[in-house]
Every structure is written in structure tokens, then in C-alpha cells.
Design a protein around this ligand. Structure first.
Ligand code: AHM
Ligand code: MG
Length: 339
């Protein structure tokens, strides 16, 4: 679809809805509510150093109010706003153990899984962090409270997924089954403007993103793949460059735009890392949906499609290899013993 640049995200979402005469407007409403939450979080993130918020949970501010850490603030902002939006039947957050109900009488037809502030190690040090979200249609009957099973659906069934990166500027990227676009926040007017229409990620890249500090805990083929990307071979564009921010949302955003492969494979660092570190519902599935919609690929380190995994529990972890399709394919050749 040809779209003019300079249009706001709300206008864009309404235009997209016009292409679906069967649409009720609920998804439009839901996305618009989420965008308000994102703008609120963005403003707080930008003010964090000045407002003396960083790392000060449990203290009181000058007005005697409880000062929240940014991740708590982000979690509460989304939870409270979305509980009464009327479009959701249940939520789950990376920050909360159990399913989050919506306000009674406000049950809608969608579910929301979210990571309020991804990149926890970067929150206090002014490095890019982000909010990730994933939307499904409920399975249980309309009009009743949502159930955990409504949230435990494969990523392939997402209706929409997106993220907001709080970086040098604040950017929103979201995908539906039709499209993936990026919008940049103009803080002077408080609007997201379409800045990256119809994102297509490069098929082959020259960047890899992995925490190489875990090298000695990886399976042997993962180590061989890393040696491969670092080997000098001009003909195939190697060595690749290393880029690791440590916020998956920011690493994947960088790779989405510039090309690259992000890897968080399983390792033997601790028993809880048998499936790596990344959470399926809050990080892997929504980012896989976006990256695949842009022409990339997302798999586990044993070659399963991330989007086809049936979640068994809300906080399930999954090994993730995601990014430019040629690079993900090459990684799997190492894992399959073909290289
Ligand atoms: P978080 O949700 O607590 O922020 O943890 C997930 C994050 C990812 O964003 C990031 O890719 C990864 O943890 C970094 O882990 P490590 O510090 O082991 O490299
Ligand atoms: Mg996270």
C-alpha cells in the first residue's frame, strides 16, 4: 500500500482498519490505548535521571509520594490503563507471577502479554530499553473473565505484536498479519509519526549479537558457529561485526533495520538456563512475529519455529535465534551437523 510519510500512528491505524470492512475497531482502540501508555512510559524514561527515580524504589519523593523504579512504573502504567480499556479479557506481564484480570464489566475480546521494560540491566545506566507487547484473540467465550489458556497460545496466532524502544529517540514498531511499520515519537507534539513504512529486514547481514561471556557454557556447535562468523573470509563478508546491547528489544530493533542475527541459545550456566534466558510470551514470540513479518526468521537452537511453539506456562523460557534469514539458516546448518 502506498502511504504518505508524515502521518500519525492513529491515522495510520484507522486507514489500515478501512481495508478490513469486517473490523469492529476494537484492535484500533486497543492499540491506541497502548500507545498512550507507551508515551507515558517514554516521558518517564526520559525524565528518569532528572526526577531522581533511578534505582530508588521504596523511597519517597519531595511530595511524599512513593517513588517507583522505572520497571514498576512501566508495569503499573500498562496494567492500570489497559484494565479498563474494554478491549481485553486478561493480561500477563513479565513482572507478575500470575494472570492479570481486567476490571469487572470491562471484558473484551483480546489478550495482552507484555514485558513492561525489557533490558533490566540497562535501566539504570541510560542505555536503550523497551516495552514489548503481544495480542491474541481470546479462546474462551466473550463477556466472561479471561483465563490462563487464553494467554497460552502459539505466537503464530498473534493478531498484532509490537515494541517501543526508548533510545536516542522513542520508536514504536508494530506488526499485524498484513504489515510492519515503524513510527518515531516527536516529543514536542507527543505524536508518533510514520518513519519506517513497510519494514523489510536484510536477508543477509554482517552483524551478530550474543553475550559471548557465555561461550564456555554453550553447546559445541554454537561455539563453532561463533568461530565461523568471526573468521576472515572476504568473499562471504566475514568477519561479521559484534553488536550486543543487552536489551533484546534494542538488539532486535537494530538487527531489524540494519540486518543481523541475535542469539540467546541454551547454556549450562545454571539449571534454570536449560532453555536459555528469554521468555516465550513476552519477548521471543512478539519479536519473532515482527521479524518474520519483515522477512526474517526466528527459531530455537534445535530448529523449531518460535511461532509454532505451544506455550505451557506463562513464564516459559525458550532458546532464541532470530534475525536475517540467511544467517539463521546458516546457524541451523551448524546445529544440524551440516557445517
Ligand atoms: P529482562 O527481561 O530482565 O530485561 O531480561 C531479558 C534480557 C534481554 O533483553 C537481553 O537480551 C538479555 O536479558 C541479556 O541477558 P545477558 O545479560 O545474560 O546478556
Ligand atoms: Mg525482558
Amino acid at each position: 500500500m502506498n502511504r504518505p510519510l508524515g502521518i500519525t500512528v492513529s491515522r495510520h491505524i484507522m486507514d489500515s482498519q478501512r481495508l478490513h470492512p469486517e473490523a469492529t475497531g476494537d484492535l484500533t482502540g486497543l492499540l491506541n490505548e497502548l500507545i498512550v501508555a507507551a508515551k507515558t512510559i517514554s516521558a518517564e524514561v526520559n525524565m528518569a535521571g532528572l526526577a531522581d527515580i533511578l534505582g530508588m524504589s521504596g523511597k519517597t519523593n519531595i511530595q511524599g509520594e512513593h517513588v517507583q523504579k522505572l520497571d514498576e512504573f512501566a508495569n503499573n502504567t500498562i496494567k492500570r490503563r489497559m484494565a479498563r480499556c474494554g478491549y481485553l479479557c486478561a493480561m500477563t506481564s513479565e513482572e507478575e507471577a500470575d494472570i492479570i484480570p481486567v476490571a469487572e464489566g470491562y471484558e473484551g475480546k483480546y489478550t495482552l502479554a507484555f514485558d513492561p521494560l525489557d533490558g533490566s540491566s540497562n535501566i539504570d545506566v541510560n542505555v536503550s530499553i523497551g516495552t514489548i507487547f503481544s495480542i491474541h484473540s481470546r479462546l474462551s467465550p466473550d463477556g466472561s473473565p479471561g483465563e490462563e489458556s487464553d494467554l497460552l497460545q502459539p505466537g503464530r496466532r498473534q493478531v498484532a505484536a509490537g515494541y517501543i524502544v526508548y533510545g536516542s529517540s522513542t520508536m514504536l514498531v508494530f506488526a499485524t498479519s498484513d504489515e510492519v511499520h515503524g513510527f518515531t515519537l516527536d516529543p514536542s507534539v507527543g505524536e508518533f509519526y510514520l518513519s519506517h513504512p513497510d519494514i523489510r529486514t536484510p536477508k543477509k547481514s554482517k552483524y551478530f549479537s550474543i553475550n559471548e561471556g557465555n561461550y564456555h557454557y554453550w553447546q559445541e556447535p554454537v561455539c563453532r558457529y561463533l568461530e565461523h562468523v568471526k573468521k576472515v573470509d572476504k568473499a562471504t563478508g566475514r568477519p561479521y561485526n559484534a553488536r550486543y546491547i543487552g536489551s533484546m528489544v534494542a538488539d532486535c530493533h537494530r538487527n531489524l533495520i540494519a540486518g543481523g542475527i541475535f542469539l540467546y541459545p541454551r547454556d549450562s550456566k545454571s539449571p534454570t538456563r536449560a532453555y536459555g534466558k528469554i521468555r516465550l510470551l513476552y519477548e521471543a514470540a512478539p519479536l519473532a512475529f515482527i521479524v518474520e513479518q519483515a522477512g526474517g526468521r526466528a527459531v530455537t537452537d534445535d530448529g523449531r519455529e518460535i511461532l509454532d511453539i505451544q506455550p505451557k506456562e506463562l513464564h516459559q523460557r525458550v532458546p532464541v535465534i532470530i534475525g536475517s534469514s540467511h544467517d539463521v539458516d546458516t546457524f541451523l546448518e551448524f546445529m544440524n551437523g551440516k557445517k
